[in-house]
Design a binder for this molecule. Structure first.
Ligand SMILES: C[S@@+](CC[C@H](N)C(=O)[O-])C[C@H]1O[C@@H](n2cnc3c(N)ncnc32)[C@H](O)[C@@H]1O
Length: 321
């Protein structure tokens, strides 16, 4: 299911999706986001506009379907697992998703918000494996469209819903979610305090927030591009203490934290070895999401992790009940 019709904004105005999409194409200075039940002014910032343009890829679903066919998948019988090479767009893919979600209790019909849901892989995983009802929120229209199409293709359209919106003004009611998740999104968000406050707003008392973000671990220059940003202007990689402080100020209590440097280097070691053996990337892989610069982005990322400058970190917070 996709929500991209007209929403009533805070002032009761109709804010149609098509208006936003058209203005994105024109890369304007200020854009009206389609929102409902949000805090904030509902206006897309310059950084958000650039982030959405960075991730936007034309003909995404067609290229994923072509990859599936090349991998021997019958599209009429495609399963959520067939998409895992491309729809978990974070370090470690499905392995990392399972590693973080395995530390949480997720039950049937649990209400979950996936912040920055991308192609919807993590949302579908929670719906498929646990029977959760997941609302994914993401800035990038092509990803939101693709997430809905892919969910429909694998029979998860009723348990997953994808909405266009900012992590800072989510189209989600106060205290709706029993769990919030966020994989590799905070690197595009400067306002960590506002980000945590918005998560706290949508979480029900007693609810948890689990994130897996790339964070700053040491001093030194970062060589761009990275998978989340072509340039420093829209990259906001911060140290774990920035996340902890922001969460604390939002009333979220840290219950677990784990740095994943070794896992990252091991994972990419296996990926590079498999690519060498196969003579290139698999037909369904995240290279489909990174235009022509995927290899350089991954190389820069792995080098920066190796050098101890950055690393992905898991954090789980709780909103007191
Ligand atoms: C690296 S991708 C990760 C996608 C997904 N979480 C996953 O792991 O497969 C980052 C995603 O965050 C989204 N994003 C970045 N900044 C955002 C913001 N301020 N609000 C909502 N989504 C955002 C992008 O559009 C993109 O889909």
């Amino acid at each position: 299911m996709i929500s991209h019709g007209a929403y009533d904004g805070p002032a009761g105005r109709a804010l149609p999706f098509d208006l936003w999409r058209a203005s994105l194409r024109a890369t304007p200075k200020r854009v009206i986001l389609p929102i409902s039940d949000t805090v904030g002014d509902g206006v897309m910032t310059d950084v958000e506009t650039r982030v959405a343009a960075h991730y936007g890829v034309a003909d995404l679903v067609a290229s994923i379907k072509a990859g599936l066919v090349a991998a021997g998948v019958d599209l009429a019988a495609a399963k959520p697992g067939d998409l895992k090479g491309v729809d978990e767009f974070h370090t470690g893919g499905l392995e990392a998703t399972e590693a973080l979600l395995g530390q949480l209790e997720i039950w049937r019909d649990m209400r979950v918000v996936d912040v920055g849901s991308g192609l919807g892989g993590t949302a579908r995983h929670m719906a498929d494996r646990h029977g959760a009802h997941v609302v994914g929120v993401d800035l990038t229209p092509t990803y939101v469209d693709a997430a809905a199409d892919l969910s429909a293709m694998v029979g998860l359209g009723a348990r997953t819903e994808f909405r266009i919106g900012s992590a800072l003004t989510m189209p989600v009611k106060d205290e709706w979610a029993e769990l919030a998740t966020m994989f590799h999104v905070g690197m595009n968000i400067a306002e960590k305090g506002a980000m945590m406050a918005e998560v706290a707003r949508v979480l029900a008392p007693g609810g948890r927030f689990a994130t897996f973000d790339v964070m700053r671990m040491g001093d030194g220059d970062l060589a761009f591009p990275f998978p989340w940003a072509e340039e420093a202007a829209f990259s906001f990689v911060e140290a774990p203490q920035v996340y902890r402080r922001a969460a604390d100020a939002a009333g979220l209590r840290l219950v677990a934290e784990r740095e994943r440097k070794d896992f990252t280097l091991d994972f990419f070691g296996r990926v590079f070895a498999a690519m060498k053996t196969a003579g290139g990337p698999p037909p369904v892989g995240i290279h489909l999401l990174m235009r022509g610069t995927g290899a350089e982005k991954i190389r820069n990322y792995v080098s920066a992790v190796e050098a101890g400058l950055i690393a992905p970190v898991e954090m789980i917070f709780e909103k007191p009940g």
